[in-house]
Design a protein around this ligand. Sequence first.
Ligand code: MG
Length: 250
Amino acid sequence: MIILKTHSQIQALRDAGRIAAIAREAGGEQCREGVTTAHIDAVIRKTILSHGATPSFLHLYGFPGSACISVNDEVIHGIPGGRVLKNGDIVKIDVGAKFRGYHGDCAATFAVGEVSEEAEKLIRVTRESFFKAIEALEKPNPRTGDVGFAVQSHCEANGFSVVRDYVGHGVGTEVHEDPEVPNYGQPGHGVRITKGMVIAIEPMVNAGTHLVRTLEDDWTVVTKDGKLSSHYENTVALTENGVLILTDPA
Ligand code: MG
């Protein structure tokens, strides 16, 4: 069931989104050689708590961290721990914050020191594909297929693939609500996106195959071919005045 949001609910989601975005930045600043992913997680948790919010992902479905931190071939749901970051790593930080009953959900990929040209391009194209999705959302009568097509066509034109097994989603009083928002699709198909809908658009983009598998920890999703993966996400609202990015730190 898709729950449409009122103007004041979107304001509340904006407040939560701002905190999530600030935490994403704080985590990103820690992505340096020699730092553990547990340290990044601790900084993110402190940042969220200092704003009077709580980490959305902590204990969600049993997840043990405050944020998902996934390195290199890890796509999503990486568990923060003792892994020490090295020069050339790429780090995906996925953060949710719950504030006064509403969630914000966002992610980004950060480079540690100097990364390969391919990694740099993958990070850039993934981020660009999110903004292609926003352009699709700003056209009349958008559907999830238009959003997915925008992401997929941009990534594939650049030689990358989009993950099929995990998708974007609605956001509200639950961090995962309807509808599903795939990063692939056909123009004019899928669920109609109407004013009052709040969704997380989150391209997960692989350098090689789109296929993924889950590690024995039952959480960490990695690329099947061991090649790099990148992630970028914001929670957005479709309003009377167009698309509003809710996970904005400003
Ligand atoms: Mg999400």
